[in-house]
Write a new protein. Structure first.
Length: 248
């Protein structure tokens, strides 16, 4: 008879394993009253979470070699998801920075980049097969299917386009960099921490902390007309959804 042959023995074994496990948590920012979610994702790990409208999400690279592949889907209508092509095309810019919208395939803003101390991100290459596999696992836990896993944006591993069209990896910004997003609609966030297609250095921990910041929705984060139209589309959709919910 093994040490886990009975329910009592199996429970004791499971609890001993849990007690021995080292759980690492991200460093929480100072002065934030309401943290809604926080997780440290190790190399080769993934996460999935539903975040409300007006949530501020901080991705951090504590050791300097994280690579966070992110896919956003609208929580109440997951057929609407991040469209990387429009995220590049509509703002006339392939490089993520402050004020850049992450657009859905319906021309709405799922999230906006509010702050960035890294500058090393990628909208062009998408995930590796390994990262896509992790995203599929994350999506399964939200009731999604493999066909729902669309192209992603990647944080903390930069890519630049040369004059002849060649894609060149630019590495990371080093330890301690971060990027903040603001969710404009309730979203499902799927995240994989894995190597980049053009940069196969092993990944290090990726920290994510989210907190409620609805007041940020009233601020102007980008004055470009394309961004303003996308925000207007988003607000109209949100108001319409609330009207439907109120009349149900």
């Amino acid at each position: 008879m093994t040490g886990t042959a009975s329910t009592t023995a199996a429970r004791a074994h499971a609890r001993s394993q849990a007690a021995a496990a080292a759980v690492a948590n991200p460093v929480l920012p100072d002065g934030i009253a309401k943290i809604t979610w926080a997780q440290r994702i190790p190399a080769g790990g993934y996460a999935n979470v539903v975040l409300g409208r007006g949530t501020r999400i901080r991705f951090s690279d504590p050791a300097g070699a994280a690579c966070g592949h992110l896919l956003l889907l609208r929580a109440e209508a997951p057929w609407e998801r991040l469209n990387v092509a429009d995220t590049v095309k509509v703002p006339w810019q392939a490089y993520l920075a402050h004020g850049h919208p992450l657009l859905s395939d319906q021309g709405r803003v799922l999230a906006t980049v509010l702050a960035d101390t890294s500058g090393h991100h990628d909208t062009l290459c998408g995930p590796t097969p390994e990262a896509r596999g992790l995203l599929r696992l994350a999506g399964t836990k939200q009731g999604l299917e493999p066909r729902d896993i669309a192209p992603t944006v990647s944080f903390f591993r930069g890519v630049r386009v040369e004059s002849d069209g060649t894609l060149t990896a630019t590495g990371s910004a080093g330890a301690g960099s971060s990027v903040d997003l603001l969710a404009h609609l309730p979203v499902i966030a799927l995240i994989a921490n894995s190597v980049h297609p053009l940069d196969d250095r092993p990944a290090t921990d990726l920290d994510i902390v989210a907190w409620s910041a609805p007041e940020e929705l009233a601020a102007t984060h980008n004055t470009d007309p394309e961004y303003q139209r996308a925000v207007q589309n988003t607000e109209q959709a949100w108001t319409a959804a609330l009207t439907v919910e109120a009349s149900a």
